[in-house]
Design a protein around this ligand. Structure first.
Ligand SMILES: CCCCCCCC(=O)SCCNC(=O)CCNC(=O)[C@H](O)C(C)(C)COP(=O)(O)OP(=O)(O)OC[C@H]1O[C@@H](n2cnc3c(N)ncnc32)[C@H](O)[C@@H]1OP(=O)(O)O
Length: 224
């Protein structure tokens, strides 16, 4: 835990160092290209190990990759940018992927189609702090929404969260690894009912429980 936090903070210090002087885009040619040009950026899969991942996260990741070998589980790749964003929103990023490696949401989601469930391995970095030393409740809710939402989106297509009900039972230590198990319980027309638990990596601590209602969007209806 300490090592992954240290790695994340090293990145943070490096970024702070660069922050003095001109605007970020002026100092960073890569950033400037991303913000101001229409040049195509090759997407990077962020649901793969990086140096900020703790030993616990690597271990769980390797275990699930093994489960993928017989095809019962599938690792879901993840990108920062939606393919659907319009040109003028080219700097838009998926909320959970908008941080430098290790500082925010580090996670990977695995899907089991037979059981209609996902397992999300999540390490919340130092930028997600709430009460000192622990994850912010909003960050936990975000990660639950993303994990449960993915479990709904695979069978449901384009879905949105209509209701999310969370019981926070124990605080989650910052930079620790948790396992979010999500399950599709029922489908009624366009409504998908799901539930999830958030547990410690060794499954001994139940941190949170949640239920969610996701609605498959009606292509005939406008969102605004
Ligand atoms: C893949 C990546 C995953 C990412 C996960 C992140 C997902 C998100 O964060 S989404 C952002 C947060 N959510 C939102 O902004 C959604 C805002 N809400 C809306 O836009 C709309 O209410 C929306 C789209 C959910 C539903 O609207 P609409 O398609 O018109 O559905 P509507 O006809 O009103 O309702 C359909 C059914 O759902 C029920 N329903 C809708 N909302 C609710 C609710 N909050 N509680 C209970 N039931 C509800 C209705 O009663 C109706 O039931 P029935 O079919 O039995 O009559």
């Amino acid at each position: 835990m300490l090592r992954s936090c240290t790695a994340a903070l090293r990145t943070l210090r490096a970024l702070r160092g660069r922050r003095e002087g001109a605007s970020p885009a002026a100092r960073d040619p890569v950033l400037a290209r991303r913000w101001f040009s229409t040049e195509k950026v090759i997407p990077k899969d962020h649901a793969l190990p990086n140096p900020s991942w703790s030993k616990d996260l690597r271990l769980l990741f390797d275990q699930f990759m093994k489960k993928c070998e017989d095809g019962s589980w599938e690792r879901l790749p993840s990108y920062k940018n939606s393919k659907l964003v319009k040109e003028q929103l080219s700097q838009a990023q998926l909320f959970t992927r908008g941080y430098e490696d290790g500082l925010g949401f580090e996670y990977v989601i695995f899907y089991n189609d037979d059981e209609k469930r996902t397992v999300c391995l999540f390490q919340g970095g130092p930028y997600l702090q709430g009460v000192p030393g622990f994850l912010h409740g909003g960050a936990i809710a975000t990660m639950i929404d993303a994990a449960v939402g993915m479990c709904a989106a695979i069978p449901g297509g384009i879905v949105m969260t209509a209701n999310l009900n969370i019981n926070f039972k124990r605080p989650i230590p910052l930079c620790s690894v948790v396992v979010i198990n999500s399950q599709l319980d029922k489908i009624e027309g366009r409504k998908l009912f799901l539930s999830c638990t958030v547990r410690s990596a060794d499954e001994k601590i139940l941190y949170s429980e949640a239920t969610g209602l996701f609605i498959k969007l009606d292509p005939e209806k406008s969102l605004i």
